[in-house]
Design a protein. Sequence first.
Length: 268
Amino acid sequence: MRKYLFSHILLFLLFFLLLGLTSTSELFAHELGYRQTLVKTLQKNPLLTREYLDTVFGNPMLHAHMAQRAPECDELLKNLEKSNDDFKLTGKRSLEMGAEFYENNKDIFIKTEKETTVTPSYILGILRVETYFGICTGMYPVLPRLYQLYVKSPKKRNFARYQIEAFLEIAQTNKWDPYLFLGSHAGAMGLFQFLPTSIKNYAVDGDRDGAINLHNPADCIPSIARYLVVNHWKRNKRASVWNYNQDKEYVDRVIAYAERITQEIRIK
C-alpha cells in the first residue's frame, strides 16, 4: 500500500514538473517571438546592425530585474520631503540646494539664458522636481525595463519599441554600454529625466566633448532649455513646462519653486 501510494505521489509530482516545464517553454517561445520581431524591426535602422542587435539582445542581463519592482524616485523624494520640513519644495534646505546648484553652474546658466531666453529659475524648478538635483535619477536598468514593457504590456508596445530604438541609437552614437544605465519605470534618465526619444531629439552637447552626459550640468542645463524653447517657451511658459510633464501638480510645483528660488539667487 505504501509502495503504491509512493508511486502515485511520484507520478503526481512528475506531472506538475512536466506541466511547469511546458509552461516555461511556452513562455520562453512567446518572449522569443517578440524578441525576434523587435530585432527584425530595429534592423531597418542603419545605425543598428544585426550583429550589434544580436549582441545586445543575447546578453543575459536583458532579463535582469524584469520581475522586480524598483523603488520609484518620486516616492523616495516625497518621503524625503515628509521627513523634514527643510526638504519640502520651498523648504530651507531645498532652496539652499537650488542656490548651490546655480552658483556651481552659474556660467552655464548665464550662457544658456543668453542663447535661449530660458531663465535659470525654471530650469532649477525642473531639476528640483524631477530628481532633487540628482539625489534620485532612477533605479530601473533602462534597456531591460523597456524590453519588459515591450513584451508584457501590449498597450505600451509601440512606446517601448520607439524608446528602445532611440536608446540603442544614442548608445551607439555615444559609445555607451546599454546595460550600464538606470532610469525611471518608463525609461527616463539623467538629471533632466529625458526619455530616450527626447534625448535623441533635444539633448545638447553643451561642453562640446563629442558625447551627451546625462549627469553633467553642462549638457543637461542647455538640453532642458532647448526642450522648453521647442515647446513654446516664448509664447507660454506654463505650457512649455506642461509639455515637459503633462501633470498639473508637476507644473504647479515647478513654477512655485521657480518663483521662490528667484529670490534666493538674487540675494546671493
